[in-house]
Design a protein around this ligand. Sequence first.
Ligand SMILES: Nc1ncnc2c1ncn2[C@@H]1O[C@H](COP(=O)(O)OP(=O)(O)OP(=O)(O)O)[C@@H](O)[C@H]1O
Ligand SMILES: [Mg+2]
Length: 263
Amino acid sequence: MTKMLSVRDLHIGFGAGRTRVHAVRGVSFDVRKGRVLGVVGESGSGKSTVGRAIAGLLSPDSGTVSIDGVSVTAQQGLSRSERARQVQMVFQDPYSSLNPKMTVSEAIQEGLRNQPGFDRRAWPARRDELLDLVRLPRSAAPLLPRELSGGMRQRVCIARALAVEPRLLVADEITSSLDASVQGAVLNLIDEIRERTSITMVFISHNLAVVRYVSDEIVVMQRGEVVESGETETLLRSPQNEYTRSLLRAIPRLPSPRRQEGR
Ligand SMILES: Nc1ncnc2c1ncn2[C@@H]1O[C@H](COP(=O)(O)OP(=O)(O)OP(=O)(O)O)[C@@H](O)[C@H]1O
Ligand SMILES: [Mg+2]
């Protein structure tokens, strides 16, 4: 039941004066170790901004983000490699996240090379392990991003993020640029990865159908605020907030949940 991630009263704005956008307004939530928290809400509701603050990619105006009790916002003391092992982020567009000149193997190795104790001789075995984990064929190792499908590229990005064995993974719309058929496969992969690692995850999507599929708990955001949160099945069974109800109504057909509560 230990809290792994704790977000407290986060406020984040962009710009100044009359053009200032108060993107995140007092957001708080916790995620326990090994759990997946889904963050859902319409475009512009502040999901990515919260995700980037958790990943330490932007500093909040006020409020705190802590991972295992250590403030991410006060992590200036941490080296890059230490920070990388705390939290990794995967984004929507795998093509722009990958260097077109780097092979799959090089891309996955990229973040690992700065880690102390990186063992070049052990790399081929580790690479195969990571390719297996994201269900990519080992023969994909020497390929370039343009030789891969969108779904395969996203698997490379996930493998790269997992390579350093981060305590927390922030996934921001990672299925949104993929074809519907491939989306399901990537969601299944997330489920499998949870089963085989002890990863804790913040899974962001504007699509409640996608979020419900992978999340133990859900936070609903609207205009920079959390309007409702709770265990996935409870929240979907009896949504208290009108905005949550409208998101539910927008899902054409709810597949029966694959996971029971309490996992
Ligand atoms: N770097 C930035 N500079 C200025 N405004 C920004 C910046 N990043 C985000 N915003 C604004 O902050 C608000 C929240 O944006 P954010 O990207 O967090 O929303 P989101 O929920 O992730 O939306 P989407 O579903 O479209 O990804 C929006 O009004 C957006 O225009
Ligand atoms: Mg976003």
